[in-house]
Design a protein around this ligand. Structure first.
Ligand SMILES: *Cc1c(COP(=O)(O)O)cnc(C)c1O
Length: 366
């Protein structure tokens, strides 16, 4: 499937797909209203409920990447003049502010320094009665995990909107137990499926407050719900990306067969091994201890530490060309000074960690 079958994808996504997922892409395409496809879609939605740990009836893959999930989470629930409190400690929190503002929301930002977690109490105290509180669970731009559970307890009538793009299948996500109303994910991070769908879930309470005519036609949950849940009869809305749904179904099969807890433990073991290995080589991790994501490690790469006078971009290029390993560059305050290394889904293997650390030993000055 890949032009570079040897690539080890350790960037912030896409991760290497599971072999079962690659096989799923080769299956013959059927019609999007074929009963066989609808049965597979229903099963995919059921698998997504298990992934998100939710009973929410409206749980399905949105056609589009993780960003389409973000748009859907805002356009359906937020309108002009609504107060939305948004936690910002990286790129994706910033993006949420942009999306909410385009919906006409009155955005109340609660910032934390990049590399540090958001303060949940500051989010709860930011406004007395917001329409929604929104934040990113796993900030892929910094490698920081933000706490969600305490927000569900303290949010009052506000809808809790959570970006789970990089968290699902990598670290615990408990939509119902945490009181999350709306959540979305992506396929190419810890699910080990190529990019193209945004798993999505919304609670009954959220749907009761859904906007009748959101500004997006394509992402109108009211219309999509008929197609994906069959409630009121299946009706054409848009053509589902059939092969992507096959792939997600297969990827979820792998994830659930392994067991969510076992998968979280595998990510934890790889992330810890990588982070310990980097620190042992005298490198400094960017994310605050105690809130580090195992699936996304951000590490400072000081120019002086690289061999042959390399700068970090050239060193990453060498990593790609010599060892076939792709890692991401730093963003925001550490642009040009840090790397973001993913250990996600099928990529989260000890052998990949070992290979990367060995390659880095050659790239770093002793
Ligand atoms: C990757 C990512 C997104 C965007 O997903 P796309 O698939 O690139 O559209 C949103 N939020 C977070 C936290 C991400 O890591």
């Amino acid at each position: 499937m890949s032009a570079h079958p040897e690539r080890v994808l350790m960037g912030p996504g896409p991760a290497n797909p599971y072999p079962e997922v690659i096989e799923a892409f080769t299956r013959p395409v059927v019609g999007h209203l074929d009963p066989a496809f609808l049965e597979l879609l229903d099963e995919t939605n059921e698998r997504l409920r298990r992934l998100f740990r939710t009973q929410n009836a409206l749980t399905f893959p949105i056609s589009g990447t993780g960003s389409a999930g973000m748009e859907a989470a805002f356009v359906n629930f937020v309108g002009p003049g609504d107060v939305v409190v948004i936690g910002v400690n990286g790129v994706f929190g910033e993006r949420m502010c942009d999306v909410a503002a385009r919906c006409g929301a009155d955005v109340v930002r609660v910032d934390a320094e990049w590399g540090r977690p958001l303060d949940p109490q500051a989010l709860l105290d930011a406004h007395s009665a917001p329409t929604a509180i929104a934040l990113v669970h796993a900030e892929t731009s910094t490698g920081v995990r933000n706490d969600i559970a305490c927000l569900g307890q303290g949010k009052g009538d506000a809808l809790l909107i959570v970006d789970c793009v990089t968290s699902v299948a990598g670290i615990p996500v408990e939509i119902d137990a945490w009181g999350v109303d709306v959540a979305y994910a992506g396929t190419q991070k810890c699910l080990g499926v190529p990019p193209g769908l945004a798993p999505f879930t919304a609670s009954e309470a959220a749907l009761a407050r859904r906007r009748e005519r959101p500004s997006s036609w394509y992402l109108d949950l009211g219309m999509i719900a008929r197609y994906v849940t069959g409630d009121g009869g299946r009706a054409y809305h848009h053509t589902a990306p059939i092969s992507m749904v096959y792939a997600l179904h297969a990827g979820l099969g792998v994830v659930l067969d392994e067991g969510l807890e076992a998968g979280w433990a595998r990510h934890e073991a790889c992330g810890t091994a990588l982070q310990d290995g980097l620190e042992a080589r005298g490198l400094e991790l960017f994310a605050e201890a105690g809130h580090r994501l195992p699936q996304l490690t951000s590490v400072r790469i000081p120019a002086g530490r690289l061999a042959d006078g390399l700068d970090e971009a050239t060193a990453r290029r060498r990593l790609l060309e010599r060892w076939g390993i792709e890692v991401g560059g730093g963003l925001g305050p550490v642009a040009g000074q840090a790397w973001r290394i993913g250990c996600m889904g099928h990529t989260a293997r000890q052998r990949n960690v070992t290979l990367l650390l060995a390659a880095m030993a050659e790239l770093l000055d002793p």
